[in-house]
Ligand binder design. Structure first.
Ligand code: ATP
Length: 516
């Protein structure tokens, strides 16, 4: 592997560290239960993170539900009757393969451990293993070189052939060391670990009262399909949309909020005639890609994976993963899946309740087929932050070069739309006018009033949290330099750092046009 690959991996880690640290420092994301040492896989959104997340969810709801005639919303319970999870197959099969290292006590997902032959010929030395990462090829090679050097082992380094541990034969597995051990024989056999959090309904903790925190929002939609159909003026093709929490007891939460144990999903189940499924799958992919562009994630940072049949759920006739180029690798943001009539059929079977639709035009009954765009809120928020993060060298007031950190959010996603500053905090007339402007704007958008420090410093603080506009009230506003500039303010734009003089009466229109 070339030196440039290594330095680019390093740069990506540094970038991710900077993003995580900014998130904490400015109140986007905190470790959950931090003062007690945290809870692995759980995160709390601080004041700015909560605004960002809300903007994302509201915009999704607006574009996917309110702007369309064919999609309605619902808000289902997190706890459902256990039968839901039995019918959907989650109780039996919603699991990941788990392996333990007996020596180091580390725990891995078997499909996230990759192995490759190490040295061939000479004193042949079996395999090395490594956990999945964008730099795993290089890390594997380093590991092999180390083994060779340390042990003075002769023979040739084998060509790299990384495969997931789940593909290893029993014989191979016996020779594969754990990623953090050197000698083989410490990894346990992979065993299936169910990802659902189990709980009990009511005071008695026995098997009759077991249920689970939902691992996806979709099932509540399927089981309420008939109620929605009968109470709303919709008929196939139509969709039911939902945003809500989901819980998965992930074996290895990692990459900041990317893989969490508690997270939120934005899902649509789109019900249609069987013959329209494949066409609608492609249409929904386009609709969703357009959405990402609208929130500021450019198409060229998204990858579309047409999931091969052997990796799809057995009932899916087609699945696209929409992936984003995160600093830690290209990873899934959303799955768009054609699920056929699998879910409704299963629930009809298990509940004994008919879930067909009678089409009055064709006079036939059928179980609708379903196309499901299923997106992660937290992963999209993380993508928005990664995409927005930028550092540039600028010259400050004193003529010195400094680094400007700026989050270049699309204005409609920005947690704060406008900063409002009086030029000086000890001039009551400036403060009063600035408060007036704040009151006028806050009805329409999230504004932030700041009177502390030099205006340049205040701009920088807003740049760092992605505020697209800042308004400064100065002596010109008060009319001290003539009537021409009276009741005008300076509007400073985040990205180009340009400043414009705008009349207060035009300010709201000016901002609304640029933020909605
Ligand atoms: P992965 O393969 O990354 O575990 P998945 O294919 O199991 O994801 P789905 O079951 O398709 O995910 O869930 C739909 C969406 O929910 C995902 O695209 C993702 O955005 C989000 N999601 C799933 N699991 C998590 C998690 N542990 N943390 C955060 N978001 C998640």
């Amino acid at each position: 592997m070339s030196a440039s690959k290594s330095s680019s991996d390093n740069a990506r880690n540094v970038l991710m560290d900077k993003i995580v640290s900014l998130c904490k420092r400015r109140g986007f994301v905190f470790q959950s239960s931090e003062i007690y040492g945290g809870l692995n896989g759980c995160w709390d959104y601080g004041p700015l993170g909560a605004e960002l997340k809300k903007n994302l969810k509201d915009y999704w709801w607006r574009r996917m539900v309110r702007d369309r005639d064919d999609v309605v919303g619902m808000d289902g319970a997190i706890l459902q009757n256990r039968s839901v999870w039995q019918a959907s197959g989650h109780e039996k099969t919603f699991s990941d393969p788990l392996v333990d290292c007996k020596e180091t006590k580390a725990r891995f997902r078997a499909d996230q451990i990759f192995y490759t032959p190490a040295i061939i010929g000479g004193d042949s030395h079996g395999y090395v293993s490594i956990t999945e990462s964008p730099s795993m090829e290089e890390e594997a090679q380093q590991k092999i070189r180390k083994i060779q050097k340390k042990g003075g082992i002769k023979g040739e380094i084998a060509p790299l052939d990384l495969k997931p541990l789940t593909e290893a034969t029993a014989e191979e597995r016996a020779q594969i060391p754990s990623p953090n051990a050197t000698e083989p024989g410490t990894l346990t056999e992979p065993r299936q670990f169910n990802l659902m959090f189990k709980t009990y309904v009511g005071p008695v903790e026995d098997d009759k009262n077991v249920t689970y925190l939902r691992p996806e929002t979709a099932q509540a939609i399927f089981v309420q399909f008939k109620n929605v159909l009968e109470t709303s003026r919709v008929k196939p093709p139509f969709g039911i949309a939902q945003i809500g929490k989901a819980f998965r007891n992930e074996i290895n939460p990692r990459n900041f909020t990317f893989r969490s144990r508690e997270f939120e999903q934005m899902e649509i189940e789109y019900f249609c005639r069987p013959e329209d499924g494949m066409r609608l799958l492609d249409e929904w992919l386009e609709t969703r890609l357009k959405f990402y562009e609208e929130i500021g994630i450019p198409r060229d940072k998204l990858h579309i994976l047409d999931v091969p049949e052997k990796e799809r759920a057995h009932y899916s006739k087609g699945t696209y993963d929409i992936e984003y180029e995160f600093p830690f690798g290209v990873q899934e943001l959303e799955g768009v899946a054609y699920r056929t009539d699998y879910d409704l059929t299963k629930h009809q079977e298990h509940s004994g309740k008919p879930l067909e639709y009678f089409d009055p035009n064709t006079k036939e009954k059928f179980i609708p087929h379903v196309v499901e765009p299923s997106a992660g809120v937290d992963r999209t928020v993380l993508a928005l932050i990664c995409q927005a993060f930028d550092e540039e060298t600028v010259t400050n007031d004193k003529g010195k070069e400094e680094t400007r950190t700026v989050l270049r959010f699309a204005p409609r996603m920005a947690p704060i739309k406008c900063g409002v500053f009086p030029l000086l905090k000890n001039k009551p007339e400036l403060v009063a006018k600035a408060r007036e402007v704040q009151e006028m704007l806050r009805v329409h958008m999230n504004v932030f009033y700041d009177e502390g420090g030099a205006v340049g410093r205040r701009y920088r603080r807003q740049d760092e949290i992605g505020t697209p506009f800042c308004v400064t009230i100065d002596f010109d506003t008060l009319g001290e330099n003539g009537d021409e500039t009276k009741d005008t303010v300076t509007v400073r734009e985040r990205d180009a750092m340009t400043q414009e003089r705008i009349a207060i009466k035009d300010l709201l229109g000016y901002l609304l046009e640029r933020i909605s």
